[in-house]
Design a protein around this ligand. Structure first.
Ligand code: SF4
Length: 536
């Protein structure tokens, strides 16, 4: 592994997460991307500096490559949904850049964004809320086609026919297909194939031609040519008919029926609604889809179906997928790479197998320990993270995970083991967060005695017996608890703040790169960082 200093938005260089691949492989790229929300309620708040910015996304670098699925995982509130929206300019970036195929699209809106919107689509968490209840499914799926003048013929798509000639046709038959037939027949692998079945008939120049499902929008013209027949297949439909036909094809592709076109979203189950959302996202043949928690609002029984559908579509259509989820267990089978996000930052990125088999960052390890495993040999002890995700208005200094990290590094002069430091550090953080209530403690024990209240506070707020701590640390804990019991919260905070300080809160961790691909940012991985060592 090799380490590099943590890059700020001003310092980032390209290719930071995706290894040595050709830059042409990159569909979408973020560099130093930030999205901050101003939470000040009004002018007075602004003048007083109250409220502050919610740093929902705070310096993210990532790349999504051609045809890959990149999962972004993290707890609720870590900023991953805002990241997805900012990548697609549904939110305006505060800082940093977003590039699509190398073109800077940061902050584009309206008409300027329209050419890119076709290629960059989104599937939302709540399918019903994302579908207009007053539009039929047909209207919902054809709407983006109208906006983007779709379907158009792609000059790179080859058109051809898969011809079946019945035994009763004895004369030679040749079939040609017009170049723009890909407007009506979905292309796969760069080829649009029309199924042509030819039979003999009394009328129609001696032949009938069946074009299957595409009969609605294609026509076959038969002419006698020498001693045989020439059949020419061409588009024979209005723009609107083509859109309706394509919408019917998309419904079939996502496991629904063309007959569902006239129904309304409220007439479907949650899973079916999400299929409609997927069909809408696919309607204009995007290159990349951001799927924001696409299954978390669905029944467990339906989740696997939608995940499998996305996986199949991603493979069949060569889509790139940014898959946002709080649930690491769902990404194992669908993602090629995983980016782990905490409090607006990416803390680890790696290919999926390596991340699951050899996670580097303590936060990733904690998330993975909560993933149910069937195989008992791969089961690990579950790490319960203490506390909640801190406020993104004022994120913790240094490593943002330090207030909850099970591997937080003790100061050099710490006389005990890491586990003991972790417990006093958690005790300290409870005091600094003003999460210990001495008055409630006094009421609970029915005593005003400062000694008794301090004992009770230690018993309730320190996750081990005082006697198990190094004696100097035990003295500090006792002194802080007595200050709390005496009502002097500031003094208590000063006492523990000075005594129990981790290098993790003083310095931002560098990125340490894997030998293969990806990196994690943790002092424990960086041989040059203070206190680096194997995580206990
Ligand atoms: S830098 Fe420190 S607090 Fe952050 S993840 Fe590593 S050990 Fe934990």
């Amino acid at each position: 592994m090799s380490s590099e200093p943590h890059a700020t938005s001003d310092e980032v260089s390209t290719g930071t997460d995706a290894g040595p691949d050709d830059a042409n492989d990159v569909v979408l790229e973020a560099q130093g991307l930030k999205k901050h929300f101003d939470q000040s309620d009004g002018l007075v708040d602004k003048l007083l500096g109250a409220g502050g910015d919610v740093k929902a996304v705070d310096g993210v670098d990532l790349q999504v490559k051609d045809g890959e699925t990149l999962a972004v995982v993290g707890e609720s509130g870590c900023g991953k949904s805002t990241l997805g929206e900012t990548l697609l300019n549904l939110q305006t970036a505060t800082e940093g850049t977003v590039r699509y195929r190398g073109e800077d699209i940061t902050g584009l809106t309206g008409r300027k964004m329209r050419p890119y919107r076709k290629d960059l689509q989104m599937i939302f968490q709540d399918p019903l809320a994302s579908l207009n209840p007053r539009q039929t499914v047909g209207e919902i799926i054809t709407a983006p086609m109208e906006v983007h003048d779709f379907p158009v013929s792609d000059p790179d798509v080859r058109t051809t026919a898969d011809v079946t000639v019945a035994d009763d046709v004895t004369d030679p038959v040749s079939v040609t297909v017009a170049d723009d037939v890909d407007r009506a027949v979905r292309a796969e692998g760069g080829v649009s194939v029309v199924d042509v079945t030819v039979r003999s008939a009394e009328e129609a120049d001696g032949l009938t031609v069946d074009l299957g499902f595409d009969d609605d929008v294609l026509s076959a013209t038969v002419t006698e040519e020498g001693d045989g027949y020439e059949i020419r297949v061409a588009v024979d439909a209005s723009e609107n008919e083509l859109r309706v036909h394509r919408a019917e094809q998309l419904l079939e592709l996502v496991g629904l029926k063309p007959g569902h076109m006239d129904r309304y979203p409220g007439q479907f189950s949650g899973g079916q609604q999400q299929r409609v959302g997927i069909a809408r996202a696919l309607a204009v043949e995007p290159e990349l889809i951001v799927a924001d928690e696409p299954v978390s609002a669905l029944d467990v029984s339906v989740q696997a179906q939608i995940i499998n559908l996305l996986e199949e579509l991603q493979e069949d259509l060569g889509l790139s997928l940014l898959f946002i989820t709080h649930d690491l267990s769902v990404v194992r089978h669908i993602a090629d790479r995983v980016a782990v996000m905490y409090l607006g930052e990416i803390v680890e990125i790696a290919n999926t197998q390596e991340l699951f088999e050899d996670p580097q960052h303590p936060y990733t390890k904690s998330l993975l320990s909560a993933v149910p495993r069937i195989d008992p040999e791969t089961r690990t002890d579950r790490t319960i993270l203490s506390g909640t995700v801190p406020s993104p208005i004022d994120p913790p200094s240094g490593c943002r995970f330090h207030t909850r990290c099970p591997a937080v590094i003790p100061p050099e002069d710490w006389g005990g083991d890491q586990a003991a430091f972790r417990d006093v550090f958690a005790f300290r953080n409870r005091i600094l967060d003003d999460a210990i209530d001495p008055e409630a403690a006094a009421q609970r024990i029915g005593s005003e005695s400062e000694d008794a209240v301090a004992d009770h506070l230690i018993e309730r707020s320190l996750d081990r017996d005082l006697e198990e701590l190094p004696s100097d640390a035990a003295d500090v804990v006792r002194e802080a608890a007595l200050a709390l019991a005496g009502g002097d919260v500031e003094d208590a905070a000063d006492v523990v703040g000075d005594a129990f300080t981790s290098p993790c809160e003083e310095q931002r961790p560098s990125r340490t790169h894997r030998e293969t691909e990806g990196w994690a940012s943790c002092h424990r991985l960086d041989p040059d960082a203070p206190g680096s060592a194997e995580i206990e």
